[in-house]
Design a protein. Structure first.
Length: 155
């Protein structure tokens, strides 16, 4: 890693500008039902990545320019085809079904990205929340960290 590329230093301190003008934008973009369970060629994968990138540029470029004066210059696009589900949810999923799915079942606590957005960070957050819920069950006087947004759901 280039030590001159610092990005945003500090946990979630997005109000501070980085010292450089290079960044990485990660977009988790499910392919949708059309591609469910189907293989596709290298050329089709490139076409899908190109279309998704162009769509994201179309959506985000005006917002970034207006809000921060930032322009996106794409230098490369990397794609991944995950061997597990990247779920596409219906409206209201996170307020209804995901909330129910987060509840422990007996001594089993759930922690995965399918309880929120399909991203590693979500799985990490849900693991932290499950650990807090287990701590609360084992030690009722347990208090979460002040910074956490984990719901304590001990039903």
């Amino acid at each position: 890693m280039d030590p001159e590329i610092k990005g945003y230093e500090g946990m979630r301190d997005f109000k501070k500008h980085p010292k450089d003008d290079v960044g990485i934008l990660t977009i988790y973009h499910p392919l949708g039902q059309k591609w469910n369970g189907k293989g596709y060629t290298e050329e089709q994968a490139k076409d899908l990545a190109r279309a998704a990138t162009n769509r994201m540029l179309q959506l985000y470029s005006p917002f970034l320019k207006e809000t921060w004066g930032t322009e996106i210059e794409v230098e490369s696009v990397e794609t991944s085809r995950w061997p597990f589900s990247v779920h596409v949810t219906e409206p209201g999923y996170f307020k209804t079904k995901a909330k129910i799915l987060r509840r422990p079942f007996g001594r089993i606590f759930f922690a995965h990205n399918n309880l929120g957005v399909p991203a590693f960070e979500e799985a990490l957050f849900r693991g932290h929340c499950a650990a807090n819920n287990i701590q609360k069950r084992l030690h009722p006087s347990f208090n979460q960290e002040e910074w956490t947004l984990c719901p304590l759901e001990l039903r």
